[in-house]
Design a protein around this ligand. Structure first.
Ligand SMILES: [Zn+2]
Length: 94
């Protein structure tokens, strides 16, 4: 799954986040939709967490597919809780 790294979206309303050009950790990121604000470093953390969860989910799905149809092996991937993230990366449109 590909994400457009240049765009960050609000995790609540899905609108674009806006900030200064080349933001530093103390700079404020504002949602253009609902006006939610966060420090840039918090936004980075949220997006990194999102990527991590997405990767875990992808790995679990791949494992489940690999074991599907093989006799005698039962693999039940733990359901990864879909966390709600304050900020998410924008999915790349191809
Ligand atoms: Zn918003």
């Amino acid at each position: 799954m590909l994400y457009d790294e240049s765009r960050i979206l609000c995790g609540k309303c899905g609108a674009d986040a806006s900030s200064v050009i080349d933001p530093q950790s103390k700079d404020i990121v504002t949602c253009t939709g609902c006006g939610r604000q966060d420090r840039f470093d918090s936004v980075v953390k949220a997006v990194a967490g999102f990527h991590q969860e997405a990767m875990k989910q992808a790995a679990a799905d791949a494992m489940a597919r690999a074991f599907r149809g093989s006799k005698g092996v039962v693999f039940t991937p733990g359901r990864i809780e879909k966390m709600s993230f304050r900020w998410v990366p924008s999915r790349k449109v191809s």
